[in-house]
Structure formats: structure tokens, C-alpha cells
Design a protein around this ligand. Structure first.
Ligand SMILES: Nc1nc2c(ncn2[C@@H]2O[C@H](COP(=O)(O)OP(=O)(O)O)[C@@H](O)[C@H]2O)c(=O)[nH]1
Ligand SMILES: [Mg+2]
Length: 437
């Protein structure tokens, strides 16, 4: 699913990520390439243009958070726009109101309605809902048989009386559900190859008979912009609350999934990914955006850095760290910043290129960070600024004050000294590089 678009985005993003500075020109260039990828994925051209316009507006003149490459920042902007395009948050099926709640499933023939009815029943069973499937596709005798078979497979009861009109099947199913204390009725309806008046009349009758809490429109995700077009027609009549994209296991280009929400204004609620009744995924815009950009973790890295590192403070710290004045107070500041960003090992995992390369024990664990902090907090201000005054008796005092052992204090002072030396060396190196040596 989405392999093709992921691959193409990956190529474009690799270039963007390496961007050293965001200028109007390279933002323009990046946007042009993103637009091409979107159009090749069969995204609606209007949707693609609007998408690009808002990425540009957000990227131009944007300050870059400390600790992040400008290119990564742009990737994050693209990601956030993609999430917005896909609908921001997951919207669950609406089942509130009088019981049984009725879900009406509509869409063109062959889109995957009947299969989806069974999948939805199974999905809801995990949420403690007990659903009855109603066979209101009365035009094809095989449809009721198919629903019965799928219901059996999913462990769900099926109401298929035969010989009744679609609206009477639906109403009968509601009565049956009440009798059997089932709280949900999922109504499978007939579709045509194209939208037509008879079908709409029939759906209108069903709607009037059972007052559905939710109408779901099922579209074949493989058909790209055709799915979007039929969604537009169904949005006008009979209207619907959410979209189900099926056959997402196929090699469709993903364009329907990317544009259908923007075009219809209705949220995608599920992706159907196979013929079996368990092949259903709740649709989460953020997860799909990350998957499409093939970069999930950069986003969380940038977010955490933005939340926890104040840019100026970080720059000041960097200057002091590499200068001669690196003290235990800076050391503790730095530890706190790092800890705010989350477990170190997890953080390292998120840095592209570092994943799996840093041995687990190279990263200090949380416990020892807490210990180090306690030790430094037990020192006087003078001791923190001039650690060389810390003699044997001070070490004993600090150890008992922080609930640690003298060895721990010794170890910390040794680590600090090594770090101070390293910082000085880095400072010199940077100076040399700046001077062009
Ligand atoms: N690969 C795949 N096939 C599906 C999916 N959903 C439905 N199908 C198949 O698509 C065909 C039409 O599905 P059906 O539920 O009968 O569509 P309906 O005419 O809208 O009721 C059937 O062969 C299904 O097995 C899916 O998510 N993935
Ligand atoms: Mg069917």
C-alpha cells in the first residue's frame, strides 16, 4: 500500500533533508518536486496545488529550531500539511443515540460494501458492540449468500429474510436486533456500476425507514480519481458521514486516499486491506502521513526538540560549553535538557543514521542520570563552579547528602573532567575551522 508514492517521496525528501539553508529558491524547487509526486500519485490537481501553496507559505521566512537541519524542518512542514490534508485526527464511527445504532453502507457495485459490513461488525465486536448484519441488497440473490458466508466467518448474525424490499429488510433487522438485544445493525445495500436514480431512491427509502446513526460511503481505492468523483456524487445524494477506502492492499497509486477528504470534506474512517474479514484498519491521518513520507521518526524528533530546547538558550549553552567556562552547573543544565527530551536510547534511535549504531550501554541510563543530578544538587555553588576545590571530606559530605556513595561522586568528577577536556578540544577545533585552518 502506498509503496510507489513512498518511494517517490523518499527521493524528493532525501534532497530536501540535506538542505543547509531554507531560501525561497530551494523551497520553490522542493515544492515543485513534491507537486509532481502528488500528481503522479493521481492526487486531484486542485488539492495538489493548494497543498503546495500552504507548504510554501509556512516554509518561507520560518525560523529553524536549534538542533535541527533546515531540511528536516521542511520535511516536518510537509508532514504537518499532509496530516491536515488527511483530516488531522482519527474520526471514529458514530454510534450514539437510540439502540440499536444503525450503520448504512453505500457505494458503487464491486467497491467492497458487503465485505466491509462483515469487517466492521468484527471491528466493533472488539469494542464490545454486538452487531447484526442486514442483507438489504435484494437485487442479486448471491449478495445475501455472500453476506451470510462472511457473517459466519466473522462470527456475526445475519438477517436475510428474502422477498422483501430493501427498506423493509432494514426495518426488519432493527426489530430483530431489538428482540435479540443486539446494539448495532449494519445494513448492506445494493450498488450500481454508476450512480442512478433507482439506486438513490432505494437508499432514501432505507434511510427514512431506519434513521441511520452513520452512513458510510465505500470506495474502491484502486480507482483513484474515479473514486473521488463517485464520492462527490454520493456526498450530494444520499449524503454520508465517513469514507471507507477498500483494496488498499492493491497497487493503487494512493491518490484517492490523499484527495478524497479534501474534495468531499468528509473524513476517511477506515482502510480495507484484503478479502478476509479481519483486514481492516482504522484510519489515522498522522500515521498515514508518516508512512507516506517514510520518515515517521524525524517528526517526533523535531517536535521534541522544539518543545524542549529554547533556541537562544541552546546557543548560549553551546558557546559556553566549548569555551573554557564549562562548569558542573552547565553539566546539570545539559542533563536536564536531554532528559526532557525523553529516554536517551530512544532519542538516539530517532536520529537518522544513528539507529542501531550506538550500543545500548553507551547511552547513560535514566537511573544514573537521576543519580548524577542528585550529586550535583548536593554541591555548593562554589563547588559547582570550581570542582577542583572538592577534596576528600567534601566528597563524603556530598555523597551522604545525595544518598550516593563516595565512588559515585568520584566517578562523576572524573566524567566531568573528561567532558571538560573534550569540550575545550571541540571549541579549539571549531575555532580552527572557522579560521579556515
Ligand atoms: N484485495 C481486496 N479485495 C477486496 C477488498 N474488499 C473487497 N474485496 C473484494 O472485492 C470484490 C467485491 O467486494 P464486495 O464486498 O462484494 O463488493 P460490493 O459489490 O460493494 O458489495 C470481492 O471479490 C471482494 O472479495 C479489499 O480490501 N482488498
Ligand atoms: Mg455487495
Amino acid at each position: 500500500m502506498f509503496e510507489d508514492i513512498v518511494r517517490k517521496f523518499d527521493g524528493v525528501l532525501k534532497k530536501i533533508r540535506a538542505t543547509g539553508k531554507l531560501s525561497e529558491q530551494n523551497i520553490e524547487e522542493s515544492c515543485r518536486e513534491i507537486r509532481r509526486v502528488l500528481l503522479e500519485a493521481d492526487v486531484h490537481y486542485k488539492v495538489a496545488s493548494e497543498f503546495i501553496a500552504s507548504v510554501k507559505a509556512k516554509a518561507v521566512g520560518r525560523d529553524v529550531t536549534a538542533g535541527i537541519q533546515p531540511g528536516q524542518m521542511l520535511v516536518k512542514i510537509v508532514h504537518d500539511e499532509l496530516v491536515a490534508l488527511l483530516g488531522t485526527a482519527h474520526v471514529p464511527v458514530h454510534l450514539d443515540g437510540p439502540l440499536p445504532a444503525v450503520v448504512l453502507v453505500v457505494g458503487l457495485q464491486g467497491s467492497g460494501k458487503t465485505t466491509f459490513c462483515a469487517k466492521l461488525g468484527r471491528h466493533l465486536a472488539k469494542r464490545n458492540r454486538r452487531a447484526l448484519l442486514a442483507a438489504a441488497d435484494i437485487h442479486r440473490p448471491a449478495a445475501a449468500e455472500q453476506l451470510k458466508r462472511l457473517g459466519e466467518d466473522a462470527g456475526l448474525p445475519v438477517y436475510a429474510p428474502g422477498g422483501l424490499s430493501a427498506d423493509r429488510v432494514a426495518a426488519g433487522a432493527v426489530a430483530e436486533a431489538r428482540k435479540r438485544s443486539l446494539d448495532t445493525v449494519i445494513v448492506d445495500t445494493a450498488g450500481r456500476l454508476h450512480v442512478d436514480a433507482d439506486m438513490m431512491e432505494e437508499i432514501a427509502a432505507v434511510k427514512a425507514a431506519v434513521k441511520p446513526a452513520e452512513i458510510l460511503f465505500v470506495a474502491d481505492g484502486m480507482t483513484g480519481q474515479d473514486a473521488v468523483k463517485s464520492a462527490q456524487a454520493f456526498a450530494v445524494n444520499p449524503g454520508f458521514d465517513g469514507i471507507v477506502l477498500t483494496k488498499m492492499d492493491g497497487d493503487g497509486r494512493g491518490g484517492a486516499a490523499l484527495s478524497i477528504r479534501a474534495v468531499t470534506g468528509k473524513p476517511v474512517k477506515f482502510l480495507s486491506t484484503g478479502e478476509k474479514t479481519d483486514a481492516l484498519e482504522a484510519f489515522h491521518p498522522d500515521r498515514l502521513a508518516s508512512r507516506i513520507l517514510g520518515m515517521g521518526d524525524i517528526v517526533s524528533l523535531v517536535e521534541r526538540a522544539q518543545e524542549s530546547v529554547d533556541r537562544e538558550q541552546a546557543e548560549k549553552l553551546a558557546k559556553r560549553l566549548t569555551g573554557s567556562g564549562f562548569t558542573l552547573e552547565d553539566f546539570i543544565d545539559q542533563l536536564r535538557q536531554v532528559r526532557k527530551m525523553g529516554p536517551l536510547s530512544q532519542l538516539m534511535d530517532m536520529v537518522p543514521g544513528l539507529r542501531g549504531r550506538v550500543p545500548v550501554n553507551a547511552a547513560p541510563d535514566e537511573k544514573s542520570l537521576v543519580r548524577v543530578e542528585a550529586i550535583i544538587l548536593s554541591m555548593t555553588v562554589e563547588e559547582r563552579r570550581k570542582p577542583h576545590v572538592i577534596d576528600g571530606s567534601r566528597r563524603r559530605r556530598i555523597a551522604s547528602g545525595s544518598g550516593t556513595r563516595v565512588q559515585d561522586v568520584n566517578q562523576l568528577l572524573r566524567d566531568f573532567q573528561a567532558m571538560q577536556t573534550m569540550m575545550k578540544r571541540m571549541g579549539k577545533l571549531r575555532g580552527k575551522r572557522l579560521a579556515g585552518i
